[in-house]
Write a protein that binds this ligand. Structure first.
Ligand code: SME
Length: 199
């Protein structure tokens, strides 16, 4: 397997290459955590000026063995709080998943930090200066900017992709579009694994 791929200096092309590589790696691989680990490795190779890339997964989906019928209940508890429409509630937790970078905080409450806010609002959250984001959780003191994208399965948020940079305003609309395409491939991978598990 090709382990050390060169990625284009052109951002749009680079994201297309990442998408292609992930599709190849995910093909016929029904192991979600392994696929997410490879996705974090590929993104770490492809993206310049980042110091952390990885996944936070909704509590029940982060447990080994959940990738079957349980996934439908991923973050779905009582529907009481502001993020009710997305099936999340205040005491839901994001748990650290596969990543590349320095060791990071293990639990993030839904609604807290950039990750918990992105999951709660079900919204891509692009932070040009993390020091200006209320409640930002600093896992690596080097981080200056950050982008977090929600990941869905069965129509629900089941986790987030989180990327940190030591550069201010590292992420722009082109990164957002490219990473949305990356997340789409990850969501398709989840659906394929689910489909096979429920076959
Ligand atoms: N900064 C994130 C915490 C996770 S680390 O960046 C890896 C946040 O505010 O949610």
């Amino acid at each position: 397997m090709e382990g050390n791929m060169e990625f284009s200096d052109n951002k749009k092309e680079m994201y297309e290459e990442v998408v292609m590589q992930l599709k190849g790696l995910f093909e016929d691989c029904p192991h979600v955590l392994a696929n997410l680990a490879n996705a974090s490795a590929v993104l770490n190779q492809a993206l310049k000026n980042i110091n952390w890339v990885g996944f936070y997964l909704c509590e029940s989906t982060s447990q080994a063995g959940m990738f079957t019928s349980q996934l439908g209940d991923a973050c779905d508890h009582d529907k009481t709080a502001e993020w009710v429409s997305h099936g999340l509630q205040e005491d839901s937790m994001l748990i650290l998943g596969p990543f590349q970078g320095k060791p990071a905080c293990v639990e993030i409450r839904i609604g807290k930090g950039v990750c918990g806010t992105a999951a709660a609002r079900d919204e891509v959250t692009l932070v040009k200066n993390v020091h200006e984001f209320p409640g930002h959780i600093a896992c690596d003191a080097a981080s200056q900017s950050e982008i977090v994208l929600p990941i869905h399965a069965n129509g629900k948020v089941i986790g987030v992709l989180d990327i940190d940079s030591p550069k201010l305003a590292r992420f722009d609309e082109e990164d957002k579009a490219g990473l949305e395409a990356v997340v789409k491939v990850i969501e398709e991978m989840y659906q394929n694994v689910l489909f096979k598990a429920n076959d």
